[in-house]
Design a protein. Structure first.
Length: 797
């Protein structure tokens, strides 16, 4: 016998194991019969302890073991651990041992297998300056004091014998403004509430300051509302959930993927909130497929472990169905009852679920706004999970708002939220952001070209060959039926179903459910492919007339495919003929940003603004449009901080350094020969602009020296200027400007104080006027300026 023959003989004795898909009763019955017939059964599972408990409910208990070094002494063994798949081995030498040996793993028992934890990739942290979007000539920018203009680039200009770099900004009527580079922080890129170009400000008019004042008032109102809700929750007693149970650990071990770091953090934050005695109100943001459902599932299970009921609210029946399937699947090993309440259920079924909720026999109910109706009564509701809250109507939202002060609420959304907004809401709204894509994801292959029926046919057939499914997007309801006939002729072998927003809701849902469950190959639809739908089996997207979609829409559409570990394809077709330049660029951007991250950030902008509108209420998007998103967030951060300080009886936070203006007779800046790359130089300026303390300034100087070499004189002056700004801020000085041969320090607080007392502090170093302090620009003025600022600080107290 050769070795190969021996092996093929052996393989004839192996059979794949039976599949139970989470039906534990059936599995336990089979094991019992197998043991009676003298077989030996080994169960290797990540939930071995739990399975042994289920077995012990009706049979002789068997202790699970941690590892299987030698064959088990007993006929039945439970082993804790992961294995890829099991088998049944029959009819080897009958004298040697049991006639049959069965090995069952999670793949047979639950229908999934767990990948081995991979060593997490050390993601390189992006350089801090990469957070600031590059300014490119032609961009709209906002200057805090002068308003909206167009950035024309960096220019070198000689003023009073000093060569300086300036940012050139053009305003209405071709007016030009030269902004010294060390004031780069006063400029931010303009991001509005939609794609329309903003109206340029006129220099020398009051329009800008009025728009800014209006926005400031609106922002203060938002901050007040948010803080009041928050304060109310702080004093409302809620239920403090107990720490995790052993079952919780088992459920979490059965998650078939690796948690991403963001996801793990979100889960920890949610649990910590639940264990506090005040009601939770947390928002979890993350793209569909980034693992929000898992966060919800674990929170729900935690609540049920404490004997509380959970309601999961979703905007559409299709999503309800999807969550219901996931929850049932993952909670199969545990004594937890999951039900669904939606129009898919017959009146009799609905009545049964309602009764279960009243009597407390239903632990988790998943449903649409049907759950908010009057006849839904819970025995002991402890947690409400809301998916995509912004898609519920106003009356539903009011109902949810009232819930927030009574039970724990967890809200989930796939609309991204700008990081800056997230930071400005710290301490007003609890937000967790999941931005790392799951490890297995591959970027989507993107094809852009003129419509070609043969390419379409090949694309659909290729997907069907690997038994996948296709999204086909055609955004005109009037002509969609014609497209269906055309497609059916082109690919007769495919099962095609139509779905669009003007269908009767029942029919639409039926179509979607058939697609989700795999009865249909191609879903021909308008762009209503739900933002939350997660169909890992659909991995080809075909879009007709792609030039009609905005950037963000194209991204969101493409995000519907490529959910699993398979390579996904996206085809964006445009009609024959010329394509407008702008549309072509848009499609190109989508192709370039095939990966995750990168120019993705720019396409995220309009989505993020939608996210901002959703958190703050749509009324605010007008103000965001008027003054630009960055400035809006700055104002909001400031308003929130001031209000919180006032309520907690603390002094208000110090002014940001960007509010303090310097104009000194010194060359200041990072010379082009020191940092040759224009964009890097600009980004470094933006970073410098965000420093707030002397310690940060010193760290930055050390970093510059480390990266680019010893600081040249203009850069040293720049660092000195930043230290002066810190002194000025602490002394209540708003500007330090030269006028002819004098330095003038403007300090509004002087009006409200005894000027003789201040003059006594300063002695003859400077002259104190009604709102300012001045002294001559003579030799040694730099030391003198520092001393004057320090003495003003102590005079101000």
């Amino acid at each position: 016998h050769s070795e190969a023959e021996a092996l093929s003989d052996l393989s004839a004795h192996f059979r794949p194991g039976p599949r139970y898909g989470g039906r534990l009763r059936e599995m336990m019955d089979d094991v019992e019969i197998a043991l009676l017939e003298g077989e030996q059964v080994v169960i290797v599972s990540r939930q071995a302890r739990r399975l042994a408990e289920v077995w012990a409910e009706e049979h002789e208990p068997v202790r699970p073991v941690e590892a299987l070094w030698d064959p088990p002494r007993t006929d039945l063994a439970f082993v804790q651990g992961p294995l890829d798949e099991g088998w049944v081995l029959r009819g080897l030498d009958p004298t040697a041992g049991p006639p049959v040996l069965r090995l069952l793993t999670d793949a047979e028992i639950f229908g999934w297998r767990m990948p081995e934890p991979r060593r997490p990739l050390r993601r390189r942290r992006p350089a801090p300056e990469s957070l600031y979007a590059d300014l490119t000539p032609g961009d709209y920018v906002v200057h805090v004091d002068y308003g909206i203009g167009i950035f024309r680039g960096l220019v070198t200009y000689t003023m009073e014998g000093q060569e300086q770099e300036y940012l050139l900004v053009e305003y209405a009527g071709r007016d030009r403004l030269y902004v010294p580079v060390y004031q780069a922080d006063r400029l931010t890129r303009y991001v509005g509430a939609d794609d329309r170009p903003p109206k340029l400000s006129r220099l020398g008019t009051a329009d800008w300051s009025q728009a800014k004042a209006r926005a400031r008032r609106a922002v203060e109102e938002v901050a007040r509302e948010l803080l009041e809700l928050y304060a109310l929750r702080e004093v409302t007693p809620g239920h403090a959930f107990s720490p995790d149970t052993p079952w919780q650990a088992e459920l979490e071990a059965s998650f078939p993927y690796l948690e991403t770091p963001d996801q793990a953090r979100a889960i920890a934050e949610v649990k910590a909130d639940m264990e506090r005695p005040r009601p939770m109100d947390r928002l979890v943001c993350g793209d569909a497929g980034y693992g929000k459902t898992e966060v919800a599932l674990r929170a729900a299970f935690k609540a049920v472990m404490d004997g509380k009921q959970v309601a999961v609210l979703v905007p559409t029946t299709v999503l309800a169905q999807q969550h219901y399937t996931t929850f049932r699947h993952r909670l199969a090993p545990f004594p937890v009852t999951v039900e669904m309440l939606s129009r898919f259920r017959t009146p009799a079924e609905q009545a049964r679920v309602l009764q279960g909720l009243r009597e407390g026999t239903v632990d988790i109910v998943i449903g649409t706004h049907r759950l908010l109706q009057k006849d839904v009564k819970f025995k002991d509701l402890g947690l409400v999970i809301i998916d995509e809250e912004q898609r519920f109507g106003v009356t539903h939202k009011e109902r949810l708002k009232r819930m927030r002060t009574e039970v724990d609420v967890l809200t989930m959304t796939a609309t991204p939220i700008p990081r800056t907004l997230y930071l400005s809401l710290t301490g007003v709204r609890d937000i967790s952001i999941i931005e790392t894509p799951p490890e297995e994801r591959l970027p989507v292959s993107t094809y852009i070209g003129r419509y070609d029926p043969q390419v379409v046919r090949r694309a659909i057939l290729r997907e069907l060959e690997r038994s996948g499914q296709v999204f086909y997007v055609h955004n005109r309801v009037q002509t969609i039926e014609g497209v269906r006939q055309r497609l059916q002729r082109l690919v007769p072998e495919a099962r095609i179903e139509v779905a669009h927003g003007q269908m009767r809701e029942r029919d639409l849902e039926r179509a979607m459910v058939r697609f989700v469950s795999g009865e249909v190959d191609v879903l021909l639809c308008t762009s209503i492919i739900e933002s939350g739908l997660d169909i890992p089996n659909a991995n080809t997207l075909i879009v007709e007339q792609a030039e009609r979609f905005g950037l963000a829409q194209l991204y969101q559409l493409r995000g519907r495919v490529g959910r699993g570990a398979r390579r996904a394809y996206a085809y964006f077709f445009y009609p024959p003929g010329r394509l407008a330049e702008e549309a072509r660029q848009r499609l190109e951007t989508v192709r370039e940003v095939g990966g995750m991250g990168g120019g993705y950030a720019i396409a995220m902008r309009d989505l993020e603004l939608r996210g901002a509108g959703e958190i703050l209420g749509t009324r605010q998007s007008g103000h965001i449009g008027a003054i630009g998103f960055d400035l809006y967030t700055r104002l909001l951060t400031r308003a929130v901080e001031e209000l919180r300080a006032r309520r907690e009886g603390r002094p208000p936070p110090p002014e940001p350094l960007s509010e303090i203006r310097l104009d000194l007779p010194l060359p200041m800046g990072l010379p082009p020969e020191y940092i040759p790359d224009v964009n890097l130089r600009l980004r470094m300026y933006r970073r410098l602009a965000h420093l707030a303390t002397v310690k940060q300034i010193e760290e930055m100087a050390a970093e510059l020296t480390d990266r680019f070499g010893p600081l040249p004189p203009p850069a040293r002056n720049l660092m000195w200027g930043l230290r002066i700004k810190v002194l000025a801020r602490d002394a209540g000085v708003r500007t330090v400007l030269r006028e002819n041969d004098q330095l003038v320090l403007h300090a509004p607080w002087l009006e409200r104080t005894n000027r003789q007392r201040v003059q006594a502090h300063l002695k003859n170093l400077a002259y104190v006027g009604r709102r300012d302090v001045r002294f001559p620009l003579t030799k040694g003025w730099q030391t003198r300026l520092q001393t004057v600022l320090k003495r003003l600080r102590s005079a101000r107290g």
